[in-house]
Ligand binder design. Structure first.
Ligand SMILES: [Ca+2]
Length: 491
């Protein structure tokens, strides 16, 4: 089973957006204490399996400037200590005489120092409350990028933790700890190449300054939960968040029953959240929403949300919030926004297709607030309903391609724009187009390829205004006769 999942996911990452043969992600043995579940998704872990943008999918490319390089983190030298299952906490912490626990490292290391963790299992819970500096962080790093250093228990970054880094580790809750990683009050945290599974959630609250890079969050009750917050200045890059709400013994797959809300989001950050950037990341096969982020100034780039039971990209706090170069398919709603005070949402070069309800919906939560949604160069296709907007929404933008299953392509309150309205130029966004986007491959499951076939009406019909210089696959935009509409630029 494990190797099957490994194969599927590695293939998926390398081949995205081909997405062939992915009917289901088969079950893994994530619950085993011996850690034999090596884990398939190691974006950034090694050159051979790192999905680069050129490979056509999210994930950090080699040398991604947003992903700290841990290659030499464990090189022996001044300030580098060692932890091994065979060690002793009364030892010197040298390579020849390593410590035994991460707890010893967490209570000993000071600014600029690193603990290198040897392969093996560490069954312990600990609170890390030390402070490094911006120039000299404190690091606890697994020796190998394969995450063969496994922690079973609860690792808590406490309120005094500053400039701390965790890398190359596999984390899961113990039978008594419930959580595997909680970040409560810490500042300036870096989590690099972390796998977290079989836990309640990765819990963040009162967090300011957090980088989650090249990581894999899977088979938890919630993937990442920010409750009650605040969680500010967060960057998630090259990370896959999947299978929330599924036990690790049961595998997971694309949602077949769709729902609003619910407890098992991939990312559930619904309180006091601001200044987030999601880049080259995937939320998929979560029982409810993919990315559910309520806050201001949220930016999503080069990312995917698919097979989630709720909204793929649910972004709903206001501020200057944007989704660009991203793909949503087979969710409940592809992109789900909400009215909010001062909200200005910008959707640019997004492809949202094959969603259960709408490609894009704008709802209201606690009353109506004037909300602007600027939509440019985007494809809304093959969803059951047309885009749905609540009455206080001003719909602006240009060069979008509409192809919802029903006749109404944009609707809400007293507004209803049919296919004829699109064709006749009566849409509130300018240069709107109607037509089958002619994806390279289209089927009823997850085997569609959302690149544009030759002759697609989305080819060369976009506007250069605001269009990213590369597409979701890292290819140059424009190519050919002009900017393409949607997440992919035909080459
Ligand atoms: Ca083009």
């Amino acid at each position: 089973m494990m190797s099957s999942r490994t194969g599927v996911l590695k293939w998926l990452l390398l081949a995205l957006p081909m997405l062939g043969c992915v009917g289901e992600v088969s079950g893994g043995g994530g619950g085993d204490d011996d850690g034999s579940d090596a884990g398939p998704v190691t974006p950034g872990a090694d050159g051979s399996t790192t999905p680069s943008p050129d490979a056509g999918g999210p994930g950090p490319g080699p040398g991604d400037p947003l992903v700290p390089d841990l290659t030499h983190a464990c090189d022996p030298g001044a300030g580098v200590f060692f932890v091994a299952p065979t060690g002793s906490d009364s030892a010197a912490g040298s390579q020849a005489a390593p410590w035994k626990t991460l707890g010893k490292a967490a209570s000993t290391l000071s600014a600029g120092q690193t603990a290198c963790v040897a392969p093996g299992q560490y069954s312990e819970s600990l609170t890390w409350n030390r402070a490094g500096t911006a120039a000299a962080p404190i690091s606890i790093i697994g020796q190998n990028a394969t995450r063969d250093a496994r922690v079973v228990g609860e690792l808590q970054l406490g309120a005094a933790a500053r400039y701390v880094r965790l890398g190359n580790l596999k984390l899961r809750a113990s039978s008594t700890s419930n959580e595997a990683l909680t970040i409560l009050g810490a500042r300036n945290v870096e989590l690099i190449n972390i796998e977290l599974y079989d836990s309640n959630k990765m819990w963040w609250s009162s967090v300011d300054g957090l980088l989650l890079a090249a990581s894999w969050i899977h088979h938890n009750t919630i993937g990442i939960d920010c409750t009650p917050g605040p969680c500010r200045n967060v960057t998630i890059v090259g990370t896959i968040i999947e299978c929330a709400g599924y036990p690790s013994s049961g595998g997971c797959g694309p949602a077949t029953s769709f729902s609003f809300g619910g407890p098992s989001d991939g990312v559930g950050a619904e309180a006091d959240t601001a200044n987030w950037r999601i880049i080259r990341s995937i939320a998929r096969f979560n029982r409810t929403d993919g990315f559910d982020i309520k806050g201001s100034n949220i930016t999503i780039e080069d990312s995917m949300a698919y097979g989630n039971g709720g909204g793929g990209f649910k972004i709903w706090g206001g501020g200057q919030t944007s989704v660009s170069n991203s793909l949503a398919f087979h969710n409940h709603n592809g992109v789900e926004l909400y009215e909010a005070t001062g909200a200005s949402y910008r959707i640019t070069n997004v492809t949202s297709a094959d969603n259960d309800l709408a490609a894009l919906a704008v709802y209201y939560d606690n009353g109506h607030f004037p909300t602007t949604v600027n939509v440019t160069n985007s494809i809304f296709a093959f969803s059951t309903e047309g885009n749905s907007i609540s009455p206080s929404v001003t719909w602006t933008g240009s060069n979008n391609l509409y192809w919802a299953d029903e006749d109404e392509q944009l609707k809400g309150g007293t507004r209803a724009y049919t296919k004829a309205d699109v064709s006749a130029g009566r849409m509130p966004d300018s240069a709107a187009m109607l037509g089958d986007p002619r994806f390279v491959r289209k089927d009823s499951g997850l085997n569609s390829d959302y690149h544009l076939a030759a002759g697609s009406p989305a080819r060369d019909t976009g506007t250069a205004t605001g269009a990213p210089a590369t597409d979701l696959g890292g290819q140059a935009r424009p190519s050919g006769g002009g900017i393409d509409v949607g997440a992919y630029e035909g080459q």
